[in-house]
Design a protein around this ligand. Structure first.
Ligand SMILES: OC[C@H]1O[C@H](O[C@H]2O[C@H](CO)[C@@H](O)[C@H](O)[C@H]2O)[C@H](O)[C@@H](O)[C@@H]1O
Length: 549
């Protein structure tokens, strides 16, 4: 388990004090762990103690005197590779409204591109922001730092915008994190280093290689990719499980190195765990942080009773999407090894990808439903017993419908021609997940943001590209249909609110999403990236209307 840094512990104390002073109406705890200190930590602590002990001035006065504004440790970047309308930009988007919209998305990079101020490099102990070497592109609003999996869709958008240098820079930042920590944290804040996020570095490198054919970039990335792969394949992420025929397999789970409240949401986590015994609280905090590692914070997927956050058991689940991402990573590393003439690595990684694919088919594939399903391990065993070999029990599949059950299509787990494809297409169509404005995250309305009726750009994109990759006529038609719904809802939402949203409501065209522990955020990195990427893949003809159908 990781420990708090001294600065994090102090800022969490400030966060708790702020809640007392401000009350919980629209209270965002993350603001306080993002505060940069103006002076050294010891002198700031001294002033804070004296404020409370001697009733020496107001809390707000203390904040103004000793802290800078959250986000002020970053500056706008000057995007040296930006062109207003780069040559060849979205040649197949000829409808004027669609083209204006795409150009607007292109110009939004100005809003999200930043660089870390020199003082963060000089005095890192006064900032929770990790001083990244290159300019960054952030998701937006309260997410004022780099996020790992968001970066993948940001890169896809940057490549459509022909911002090749910026795309390389942001991926090099991820390499820097992998080389510094041995894994890529959830985000570029010290308080995010207790966990990972869905591992998409190899796919980001692949996207850049695909556009630029730059082998030296792949060479630079290779050591970081090996480090990251090692991290995911070691304990406690690794799980041994015997299938119905007694064959042993290795699969992977999310597992945060943390059993305390998340620093950025400490006041919220303490509230969720209220009334529990000490050891139960620690377990719950671990599963909460692990849910954040999954990127799906929070969702019925991780809850034993599907509704109550207190029943989260995230690290006792073998998730479909994580294992599919790892097959993709292993195949990508093998392909990079081939490019670099490293034939031993090439063979080794193809073998790993193949074994994991076999394991996914044996443990996660459900023939009757025509979907891959998350698998629940037996959680009566102590958290620390990571060495056990579990036995597969078919009734431990989570049979609820989630878009993640179809992500293997995107990750090369189900190649064109595989007999599973037709089943998955039929199963998706019957699942109820596709609504008028896109794919809902689940069919369960829990009030959590990774559930019904919210629709997230990364999920739409992976499913759309996944169906398009099937080379199956019905699959490709489905991909086009979902893409149309998604672009229309994003466009109409943009016209109505003047902003791009972090998430949408799959039920109604143009409607913003909601739920979860913070107010809906706008900006927004992955949404913009997905719009640009879908316009590039499918185009938008002059005569095709862009509006809610
Ligand atoms: O502050 C609460 C949580 O916020 C983040 O999660 C959400 O935003 C991220 C940035 O867009 C996104 O990557 C994630 O999928 C969202 O659920 C953060 O990643 C969490 O760790 C954090 O606790």
């Amino acid at each position: 388990m990781r420990n708090h840094t001294d600065l994090e512990s102090f800022l969490v104390m400030i966060q708790n004090a702020a809640l007392q002073v401000e009350g919980d109406h629209d209270f965002d705890p993350k603001v306080y762990v993002d505060l940069p200190l103006k002076h050294s930590l010891p002198s700031t602590k001294e002033a804070f103690v004296s404020l409370f002990q001697n009733n020496n001035g107001s809390f707000n006065h203390f904040l103004n005197e000793f802290c800078d504004k959250p986000g002020s440790d970053l500056l706008p970047d000057n995007l040296t590779d930006f062109k207003n309308e780069p040559e060849g930009f979205l040649a197949n988007v000829t409808n004027p409204a669609a083209r204006d919209f795409a150009l607007k998305m292109h110009s939004l990079w100005w809003l999200l591109a930043r660089k870390v101020k020199e003082r963060v490099h000089k005095d890192p102990h006064q900032h929770t922001l990790i001083p990244l070497p290159n300019p960054v592109v952030v998701p937006g609003a309260r997410f004022r730092e780099v996020y790992y999996w968001d970066t993948y869709w940001i890169v896809r958008g940057l490549l459509v915008s022909k911002l090749y240098e910026t795309a390389r820079n942001v991926v090099e930042n991820l390499m820097f994190l992998a080389n510094s920590f041995g894994f890529i944290p959830n985000g570029a804040r010290t308080y995010y280093t207790n966990r990972n996020q869905p591992p998409l570095l190899s796919e980001a490198v692949m996207a850049i290689y695909h556009e630029t054919k730059d082998v030296s970039f792949v060479e630079k990335a290779f050591p970081a990719l090996l480090k990251e792969h090692n991290f995911w394949c070691a304990d406690p992420h690794r799980v041994h499980i015997r299938d119905a025929n007694g064959v042993e397999h290795v699969l992977t789970r999310y597992y945060a190195m943390w059993d305390e409240p998340r620093p950025e949401s400490s006041t919220i986590d303490m509230q969720i765990a209220k009334g529990l015994e000490r050891h139960q609280r620690a377990e719950l905090y671990h599963h909460i942080a692990t849910a954040a590692e999954s990127g799906w914070d929070f969702s019925s997927r991780w809850m034993e009773d599907r509704h109550n956050l207190k029943t989260m058991k995230t690290s006792f689940i073998l998730p479909v999407d994580l294992n599919a991402f790892l097959v993709q990573m292993e195949n990508n590393i093998a392909l990079f090894a081939k490019l670099l003439g490293k034939s031993d690595y090439e063979k080794h990684f193809y073998k790993l990808a193949n074994s994991r694919k076999i394991a996914m088919d044996a443990i996660l594939w459900n023939e009757e439903m025509g979907q891959y399903l998350d698998y629940w391990l037996t959680w009566s065993l102590n958290l620390l017993l990571s060495q056990v070999t579990y036995d597969f029990l078919p009734e431990h599949h989570n049979t609820d419908a989630y878009p993640s059950n179809f992500i293997p299509l995107w990750c090369g787990v189900v190649p064109p021609g595989d007999r599973k494809i037709q089943k998955m297409i039929a199963s998706f169509k019957e699942s109820g997940l596709l609504l008028p404005a896109g794919i809902t995250t689940s069919l369960l309305q829990t009030g959590q943001q990774w559930d019904y009726p919210n629709a997230w750009a990364p999920l739409q994109h992976m499913i759309i590209e996944g169906f398009a990759l099937t080379e199956n006529e019905e699959g490709i038609a489905l991909a086009k249909d979902i893409s149309r719904r998604w672009l229309e809802t994003n466009y109409v939402g943009y016209l109505e609110t003047g902003e791009m949203q972090e998430k949408y409501d799959a039920r109604y065209c143009g409607k913003v999403g909601s739920g979860g522990e913070y107010l809906p955020q706008a900006g927004f990195g992955w949404s913009n990236g997905v719009v640009l990427s879908l316009f590039e893949r499918f185009g938008w003809a002059a005569e095709k209307k862009l509006t809610c159908e």
